[in-house]
Design a protein around this ligand. Structure first.
Ligand code: AMP
Ligand code: MG
Length: 491
């Protein structure tokens, strides 16, 4: 392959460790060129941290790589095989519209998957066209970057390009490709796939690879595969607690959409909750509320049980013993999750130490928020600044009583009021990507070719804990008429 000047300067430094795994795990593919790629957005800070030159990514050759029209030096494109429980039903899946172009090794020696999403059909596409529409790709870009800024582990978005081709959905929509950056794309579903269709050696190869890539700390003499299960459970418990604390609803927590690395992955019909309600569901396809806000922790435990099942042959020679080990670990998920959630909630209320009654203070507040239909984010923000916004929650007698108890609780800790205030500021975001704002930004790009609304939104979302008043605009709720908001998978 001839190296073009631009590509060398872009800084691609790709390895392909996944391509060295057993062939069962993936299909090597040629790229699938699109008609006339055009750059929509490049993530400068992310490019820099990957060792890539963002200006070079914006050049014709750079965009050709982001559109899947050109293979960068060192790339061995492939689609990954995986299975998954979708709404509880097991299915063979795999990358039906994505290509892993390689693993970028950063100047600091870290390894990140670089994947083109929307890049065309693969052997795993089933009935799909392998393509993606611009709107959903921008949605993933905006929300994943917002999650990152909120301090929540997530895959990230390096760029979005349009393809110059229409994708056919209910209407014709502009086609697009998003470049996704991930610690890896190994999913619970990857283990399910190998467990069902591979042999024990292949399963061991996947587990060893995952350990080496994500959890290299297994000491000598420990059961390495039990360690893998424990670490994956820990990361998911931390992740789901973070989701709950900011009111993020993933929308499709199928086992193929749960990353072993502990990153949030596969942004489809996800959204942030406005009014606090455990039953909140946005996704139009989730008719039974399986993936409602309040169900996310128990669904995570269910998914992790599916993961544990795949590891049984590696956990112990005796399968009854293996099952016992796995069950013990799954029970631990709830404990670790709860610990993380409650310490996050304490921080949201400015509490540094622990008191026995803290949980009931927290639960009482949430119960009132549900009863008075209070906005989740704004309620905590108002508590942070001791503001009583004009809501029925704040004017109720039961809230006044609760507030007295909370203030008394605050005064029983050693830390000053100022430290509490600071802790609350850094634990309660001023801004989240509210649905109506995200939609407004996407519509401006897709319908008017106006990028300014999205740029302003991305800028505001990049520092969510900055409580300056210039962000107030983004805190307003959607008109009542827009609720309940519905999101669509938008594939
Ligand atoms: P998702 O709902 O995005 O997690 O996707 C579930 C499965 O459907 C994955 O295997 C995807 O690769 C596949 N898929 C989603 N959209 C398409 C599409 N337009 N063409 C082909 N496969 C798709
Ligand atoms: Mg998926």
């Amino acid at each position: 392959m001839t190296k073009t000047k631009e590509i060398i300067e872009t800084g691609w430094n790709l390895d392909n460790s996944y391509a060295r795994l057993p062939e069962l795990f993936f299909t090597r593919l040629e790229i699938n060129p699109v008609q006339s790629p055009k750059l929509i957005i490049v993530n400068y800070p992310l490019a820099t941290s990957l060792g890539l030159n963002a200006d070079a990514l914006e050049s014709e050759d750079g965009v050709a790589v982001l559109a899947g029209n050109k293979v960068p030096e060192g790339s061995l494109p492939l689609a990954q095989a995986y299975a998954g429980h979708q709404f509880g039903h097991f299915a063979m899946l795999g990358d039906g519209r994505a290509l892993l172009i390689g693993e970028q090794i950063t100047p600091l020696g870290k390894r990140f998957d670089i994947q083109l999403k929307g890049s065309g059909r693969t052997p795993y596409s089933r009935g799909g066209d392998g393509r993606a529409a611009l709107g959903p790709m921008l949605r993933e870009y905006i929300i994943s970057e917002a999650m990152h800024a909120l301090g929540i582990p997530t895959t990230r978005s390096l760029a979005v390009v349009t393809t110059g081709e229409a994708v056919i959905r209910e209407t014709d929509l502009p086609g697009a490709i998003m470049t996704r950056v991930a610690d890896s794309h190994i999913r619970v579903g990857t283990f399910q796939f190998v467990s069902k269709w591979g042999n024990d050696q292949e399963l061991k190869a996947l587990a060893d690879y995952t350990l080496q890539r994500h959890f290299p700390g297994a000491g000598l003499g420990v059961n390495r595969y039990l360690f893998l299960l424990q670490e994956v459970i820990k990361r998911q418990a931390v992740l789901i607690a973070k989701w709950q604390l900011v009111g993020f609803i993933h929308g499709v927590m199928n086992t193929d959409n749960m990353a072993i690395s502990g990153e949030t992955i596969d942004y489809g019909p996800c959204a942030f909750m406005d009014v606090y309600d455990l039953k909140t569901v946005f996704s139009s396809i989730d008719v039974n509320g399986r993936y409602a806000y309040g169900n996310q922790p128990s669904i995570a435990a269910w998914n992790l049980a599916r993961f544990a099942e795949t590891l049984l042959p590696l956990l112990h020679d005796n399968q009854a013993e293996a099952l016992k080990l796995a069950q013990g670990e799954i029970l631990n998920f709830t404990k670790i999750y709860h610990c993380n959630w409650i310490s996050g909630m304490r921080a949201k209320l400015g509490l540094f130490n622990e008191e026995f009654r803290d949980e009931s203070i927290i639960e009482d507040l949430l119960t009132m928020m549900q009863k008075y239909q209070a906005d989740y984010t704004n309620t905590f923000r108002d508590l942070t600044f001791d503001k009583s916004s004009d809501s029925s929650l704040f004017s109720s007698d039961e809230f006044s009583l609760w507030k007295k108890l909370w203030k008394a609780r605050l005064s029983r800790q050693q830390e000053s009021k100022a430290s509490s205030h600071k802790l609350m500021q850094s634990s309660n975001p001023a801004i989240i990507p509210r649905n109506h704002r995200v939609e407004e930004a996407i519509e401006a790009v897709v319908k008017q070719g106006d990028y300014s609304v999205m740029e302003r939104l991305l800028d505001a979302l990049s520092s969510p804990y900055d409580h300056s008043t210039k962000k107030d605009d983004y805190s307003t709720l959607p008109e009542k008429l827009d609720r309940p908001y519905r999101t669509f998978c938008g594939t």
